[in-house]
Design a protein around this ligand. Structure first.
Ligand code: HEC
Length: 152
């Protein structure tokens, strides 16, 4: 009987600990959600592109994009590893298409105003510069990134 009571006390203590840590975790989650909401409100970025309609991968367009990428971006970017800027493989999974195009077309304002771009600058410390890319070329580069990331 005595033994059972002790078991119960231990149980209650554990339960209380769980509750208190659960409460704390809940609070963290709230903060986390708030931070996420802030990012998603602005995750199309700042710039001329507000809506991109994606459909099946266009290999011709991706090919054009690859050529522009190799000419204008490889001084600072590789696909698979960090260079002056981030590795760009997987970028279509972490950013919206509009955000990617705005980063290409409007990097200086993005670095000034977009929370995600600002955070990147904090890490990479070199500001990305506009490479005289047209909107069509930026769209083609996006298609190339989609291809790299396995879009069909
Ligand atoms: C002068 C070097 C430089 C050039 C040239 C450059 N970038 Fe960048 N890029 C960066 C850096 C550095 C960052 C990270 C943000 C920052 O510090 O400005 C970045 C960030 C990015 C991002 C966001 C990556 C992520 O993880 O979200 C994309 C997309 C991107 N660049 C695409 C391009 C494309 C496409 C071109 C060519 C048209 C290009 N960049 C040319 C330096 C460069």
């Amino acid at each position: 009987m005595k033994h059972q009571r002790r078991g119960l006390l231990v149980f209650i203590a554990l339960f209380a600990a769980m509750l208190s840590s659960g409460g704390c975790g809940g609070k963290n989650e709230d903060t986390h959600t708030a931070a996420k909401a802030e990012t998603s409100a602005s995750d199309i970025g700042v710039g001329p592109v507000t809506k991109v309609e994606l459909s099946a991968l266009d290999p011709q367009l991706a090919k054009k994009g690859k050529a522009v990428f190799e000419q204008k971006c490889t001084a600072c970017h590789k696909l698979d590893e960090r260079y002056v800027g981030p590795a760009l493989k997987g970028v279509t999974q972490r950013r919206k298409p509009e955000w990617i195009m705005n980063m290409i077309l409007n990097p200086s304002e993005m670095l000034e105003k977009d929370p995600t771009a600002k955070e990147l600058l904090g890490t990479y410390l070199t500001p990305m510069t506009f490479q005289d890319v047209s909107k069509e070329q930026a769209r083609a580069i996006l298609e190339y990134f989609r291809q790299v990331d396995g879009a069909q």
